[in-house]
Design a protein around this ligand. Structure first.
Ligand code: SAH
Ligand code: SF4
Ligand code: F3S
Length: 425
C-alpha cells in the first residue's frame, strides 16, 4: 500500500495546498503514513518569505534526503511550494536526493498533473474517498499578488493575482461543510481585491455565509488600502463572520510605508481602525509588522511603537526585515544593522506582549462562544478552541468536544490562552 507524508512550512495558503494534495493522493489510494521515514512519498511544502523560513525548510529537506539515501532509497522526496518556485532546479544542485520540484504556481494545477507525476508510485488499492477534513478548513478564493510591496517575494513566487470563480468557491464550501467542516477561512494574499464579474469580496462573503451548515466564517488577509467600509459593514451584519480583522500594518511611519510601496499613510491606517471599531466595537484586530526595513531610523521605529500603543492590537506577528532577492527593497540604501533590528524587535515584542496580556486579562468573567478543535494533553489537559474573535481558549474537560460550539465562562487568563469553564445548562 502506498503512503504519503506532507510537511508544511509557511502561511495558510501552503496549508490549504498541502490539504488539497493530500486529498488528491487519497483519492488515488494513498494513505497517510504514521511517520515521515515510513512514507513512500515524502513531500515538503516550502516558504520563501524570509531567509529564516528558507533555512529551516532547507535543513529539513537535507535531513530527509540523507535519511532516504542511507535507509530508504526507494522513498520519493518531493519539494513543492514557494521555495521550489523561487529556486527550481538550483535546489537539486545542493540537495541531489530530491526527486521532484513543483513550484507554487503549479501546485494549484496538481489536480490535472498529478497522475503524470506519480509514475512509479501508483498505489495498488482502488480509488478511495479522501479522509474527512477537520473541524476548520482553509479555502483559497484568490491566488497570487500584484501589490509588489517592496520587501515581498510573494508576487515572484505566487504569480499574478487571480480570483477563483464564485460558483467554484460556493461548491467547494458546501462540500467541506457536508464533510464536517464547521469553520471556514477564505484565503487570499489580499482578499479585498477579489472579483468575479460584478461580484466583489463582500458579495462573496455573503454568498458563502448563506450555506447553512457553515457555522463560522473567517478570512485573511485584508490589505489596508482596500479594506473598505462596505467590507466592514458586511462583516458586522453577517453574524457567522467572526469578530476578527487581520490588518497588516508593516510600519507606523508614513515615510517607511511609502518606501515599502504600501500605498497608505499612518493616518489612513488609523482611519481604517476607527471605522472597524465604530462598526464592530468588540472585534479583535491583529496585524503584521516588521522592523529594520532599509532606511528605518530610530524616529521611524518610535512611530511604530506609538502606533502600537495607540491601536492596542489583540496580537501581532512581528518580524525583522529580511532581504529577498529580486525585490525592490533588496537594493535600497540605508541597511539597518542586525544588532539594531534585533534590539528594535525585542522592544516591540515586549510592548505588544504586555498589550496582548491586558486584552486577555480583560476577558476574565465574560462568557464567550467557543468552537473546539483539538484535545491537548500534558499538564494543561483539556480541549482547545477559539472564541468568536482571535483568542485561544482552553477548557479542562474530557468529554469529546471536537466540532461543538459552546458558551464558556472565562475563569483565568494565562497570558496567551483563556482558561474557561463550561456554562452549566
Ligand atoms: N499577503 C499578506 C502577507 C504576506 S507575508 C499581506 O499582504 O499582509 C506575511 C508577513 O510576512 C507580511 O505581512 C510581512 O509582515 C512579513 N514579511 C514579508 N516579507 C518580509 C521580509 N522580506 N522580511 C520580513 N518580513 C516580511
Ligand atoms: Fe506581499 Fe504585499 Fe502582496 Fe502581501 S500584499 S503578499 S505583503 S506583496
Ligand atoms: Fe505563504 Fe511563504 Fe509562500 S508566506 S505565499 S508560503 S512565501
Amino acid at each position: 500500500m502506498s503512503s504519503y507524508h506532507i510537511e508544511t512550512f509557511g502561511c495558510q495558503m501552503n496549508v490549504a495546498d498541502s490539504d488539497m494534495l493530500a486529498g488528491l493522493l487519497e483519492m488515488r489510494g494513498f494513505t497517510r503514513a504514521d511517520h515521515s521515514d515510513s512514507a513512500n512519498l515524502l513531500v515538503v511544502n516550502t516558504c520563501s518569505v524570509r531567509e529564516h523560513a528558507e533555512r529551516r525548510a532547507r535543513a529539513r529537506i537535507t535531513e530527509y534526503a540523507n535519511r532516504k539515501a542511507s535507509r530508504n532509497p526507494r522513498q520519493r522526496l518531493w519539494v513543492i511550494g514557494c521555495m521550489a518556485e523561487r529556486l527550481g532546479d538550483r535546489l537539486r544542485e545542493h540537495i541531489p536526493g530530491i526527486d521532484r520540484i513543483i513550484g507554487a504556481t503549479r501546485v494549484e494545477h496538481l489536480a490535472h498533473d498529478l497522475d503524470a507525476l506519480l509514475e512509479e508510485l501508483h498505489a495498488d488499492t482502488g480509488p478511495r474517498e479522501p479522509q474527512a477534513p477537520g473541524v476548520t478548513a482553509f479555502l483559497p478564493v484568490m491566488r497570487g499578488c500584484d501589490n509588489y510591496c517592496s520587501y515581498c517575494v510573494v508576487p515572484f513566487v505566487r504569480g499574478r493575482e487571480h480570483s477563483v470563480p464564485s460558483g467554484d468557491v460556493v461548491t467547494r464550501a458546501r462540500d467541506l461543510a457536508a464533510r464536517g467542516v464547521r469553520e471556514l477561512t477564505l484565503l487570499g494574499q489580499n482578499v479585498n481585491s477579489y472579483r468575479d464579474g460584478a461580484l466583489d469580496f463582500p458579495d462573496l462573503l455573503t454568498r458563502v455565509h448563506d450555506i447553512e451548515s457553515i457555522h463560522r466564517l473567517r478570512f485573511t488577509t485584508s490589505h489596508p488600502k482596500d479594506c473598505t467600509e462596505k467590507l466592514i459593514r458586511t462583516m458586522a451584519s453577517l453574524k457567522k463572520v467572526c469578530n476578527h480583522v487581520h490588518l497588516p500594518v508593516q510600519s507606523g511611519s508614513t515615510r517607511v510605508l511609502a518606501r515599502m510601496n504600501r500605498r497608505y499613510t499612518r493616518e489612513e491606517y488609523r482611519g481604517r481602525i476607527e471605522t472597524i471599531r465604530a462598526h464592530m466595537p468588540d472585534a479583535d484586530i491583529t496585524t503584521d509588522v516588521m522592523v529594520g526595513f532599509p532606511g528605518e531610523t530610530e524616529e521611524d521605529f518610535k512611530q511604530t511603537l506609538s502606533l502600537f500603543e495607540n491601536v492596542r492590537f489583540t496580537a501581532a506577528f512581528m518580524f525583522a526585515y529580511s532581504d529577498r532577492e529580486r525585490t525592490a527593497a533588496a537594493s535600497m540604501d540605508g541597511r539597518v544593522a542586525e544588532t539594531v533590528k534585533k534590539r528594535r524587535l525585542e522592544e516591540l515584542i515586549s510592548l505588544q506582549t504586555g498589550i496582548t496580556k491586558e486584552h486577555y486579562a480583560a476577558m476574565v468573567g465574560r462568557t464567550v462562544s467557543v468552537l473546539f478543535t483539538r484535545r491537548q494533553d500534558g499538564r494543561d489537559r483539556g480541549w482547545i478552541g477559539q472564541d468568536h474573535g482571535a483568542k485561544r481558549v482552553l477548557v479542562r474537560c474530557d468529554d469529546p468536544l471536537a466540532g461543538t460550539i459552546l458558551p464558556v465562562t472565562v475563569s483565568r487568563s494565562s497570558g496567551m490562552t483563556l482558561c474557561a469553564e463550561r456554562v452549566s445548562p
